[in-house]
Ligand binder design. Structure first.
Ligand SMILES: [Fe+2]
Length: 256
């Protein structure tokens, strides 16, 4: 669980990454897009199931910022090892990292992840969120790319392939891009592999932070489905709520 202060600091880091790495009109368009959906995206979890990663308010931006950092660091290793740096740019790398999971936001009108309404699942399984069935199905990459293009934000061919394949071979749909033995059908840049490694590293670290203390110390979580003890959760939440200025955010946060 993040405090409201951390959520707001993460949001500033998120916007600063756009200002730092995305240039020209595209920077303006991207900032305009994220300003429009600020309240939703700032508070979004990275997933709706506790068993996945960062399934708490602000978890999405926390994850994306980590992917940006991992991507830049992993890129340094690839550069040191001799990757062909003429095949992609750092702007493409960071733009792809910033937007790789954008499809998780849902549609323009509807959020993908909404507060869990089933009391039993909240209390016994510790599920704070559920999937919003009002949102028509699309894969996360497809929806993210759709949201960008429907708001007039252009992306390069490299960025399209990187966002599309960021789950690597964990998603069977990516076999057409990543599983070919034919040289002419392989990606002509290492960008998709760098982004995939960054996403994998970030999600793994988030898993370790969330779960290893609980798994290694099961006594404290026994009987409550591996959720934080209520009193800890409540005091963190109260503190966070008192720091929030925006009434809409306060209401969303208070329901969780
Ligand atoms: Fe991700």
């Amino acid at each position: 669980m993040l405090t409201a202060e951390q959520i707001q600091a993460n949001w500033e880091e998120f916007c600063n990454n756009i200002k730092l790495w995305v240039v020209g009109d595209r920077q303006k368009e991207l900032l305009k897009f994220y300003k429009k959906y600020e309240d939703r995206i700032m508070m979004m979890p990275a997933s709706h199931k506790k068993e996945y990663h960062n399934a708490f308010p602000g978890g999405y931006v926390d994850h994306v910022n980590r992917v940006v950092k991992c991507a830049l660091n992993i890129n340094d290793v690839w550069v040191e090892m001799g990757v062909d740096t003429t095949t992609y740019t750092l702007e493409e790398l960071v733009f792809s990292a910033i937007n790789h999971d954008l499809g998780k936001m849902g549609s323009e009108e509807q959020e993908s992840y909404i507060p869990q309404t089933d009391k039993w699942r909240r209390e016994k399984l510790g599920e704070d969120y559920m999937f919003n069935k009002a949102v028509e199905f699309a894969s996360v990459p497809d929806r993210g790319l759709f949201m960008l293009q429907s708001h007039g934000i252009q992306y390069s061919f490299n960025e399209m392939v990187a966002i599309q394949t960021h789950d690597g071979l964990y998603d069977e749909a990516n076999k057409k891009y990543l599983f070919s033995y034919m040289p002419e059908q392989k990606p002509r840049t290492s960008l998709p592999f760098i982004l995939h490694q960054a996403d994998l590293m970030a999600a793994r670290i988030e898993f370790e932070r969330e779960w290893l203390p609980k798994l290694n110390n099961p006594v404290t979580t026994q009987g409550n489905g591996h959720i934080l003890p209520k009193e800890v959760k409540k005091s963190t939440k109260d503190k966070a709520l008192s720091q929030l200025k925006n009434e809409n955010l306060k209401n969303i946060f208070d329901k969780l």
